[in-house]
Design a protein around this ligand. Structure first.
Ligand SMILES: C[S@@+](CC[C@H](N)C(=O)[O-])C[C@H]1O[C@@H](n2cnc3c(N)ncnc32)[C@H](O)[C@@H]1O
Length: 228
């Protein structure tokens, strides 16, 4: 199932992450595996609010969203008003969601692109803010704490859906979530061409043995985890 993006992506400011294949894949999986109608939903790392607004448009009982970027928060609030839905958007770390728990559905498209200090400057400005994608040497700077703590945000029977690429180790996400007591599995994946960030990082990933020479496509996956 594919959903039209709920607002013109070109209107998202340059310093806010523009919804991309990962955002859309997360929303598609939400529609298939965890329809949000009537649920209390959290969107961790909301950016322009695309995922949060999609949940609200599909009848969520409430949608609470978080982002560290003030510009993202302003944009998500404006987009929610334009879409005529209620989304409670908070400025701050995703872990602030603990103040508003429990949730029946937690959604996240966090930063997940591997980077080291020497590579950080290699990405063109047009790719958007580094806060949206840079995630430490293994891409798990946000994913590891999120996998550890997200279960505590869920009501019994609640579901976490998180999207990221193979370069941040999808199996490790499944294992972390299982270790945190959830039933976890990969529910879908999709191969996509490298965007500007991965294109800029390709040489470094090849040199460090994480990318076959010349490959310029990656697999993104959605992991689902259910709290028993
Ligand atoms: C990949 S973007 C995804 C945006 C949106 N969910 C989407 O799919 O279009 C990641 C977002 O996470 C935000 N972010 C990064 N670290 C964060 C943190 N620790 N807590 C909350 N938001 C964070 C960034 O500002 C950025 O807006």
């Amino acid at each position: 199932m594919t959903t039209a993006i709920s607002y013109p992506v070109e209107l998202v400011p340059a310093d806010v992450y523009r919804p991309q294949e990962d955002s859309q894949l997360l929303v598609d999986v939400m529609e298939r595996h965890a329809p949000p109608a009537g649920l209390r939903v959290a969107d961790l790392c909301t950016g322009s609010g695309f995922v949060a607004i999609s949940a609200a448009l599909r009848g969520a009982a409430s949608v609470t969203a978080f982002d560290l970027s003030a510009q993202a928060v302003r944009t998500a609030r404006a987009n929610a008003v334009a879409a005529d839905v209620e989304v409670d958007v908070h400025l701050g770390h995703w872990a602030r969601a603990a103040e508003f728990k429990p949730f029946d559905l937690v959604l996240s498209n966090p930063p997940y692109v591997p980077v080291d200090e020497d590579e950080a400057a290699s990405v063109p400005e047009s790719a958007g803010p580094s806060l949206a994608f840079d995630a430490g040497i293994d891409g798990r700077l946000v994913l590891d704490p999120l996998c550890e703590h997200a279960p505590k945000l869920l009501a019994p029977g609640g579901t976490l859906l998180v999207v990221h690429s193979e370069f941040a180790d999808v199996d490790r996400t499944v294992e972390c979530l299982r270790a945190a007591g959830l039933r976890s599995e990969v529910v879908t994946s999709q191969r996509i061409p490298f965007g500007p960030v991965m294109t800029a990082r390709a040489g470094w990933l090849e040199r460090t043995g994480r990318l076959e020479a010349g490959r310029r496509v990656e697999r993104i996956a959605v992991v689902a985890a259910v709290k028993p």
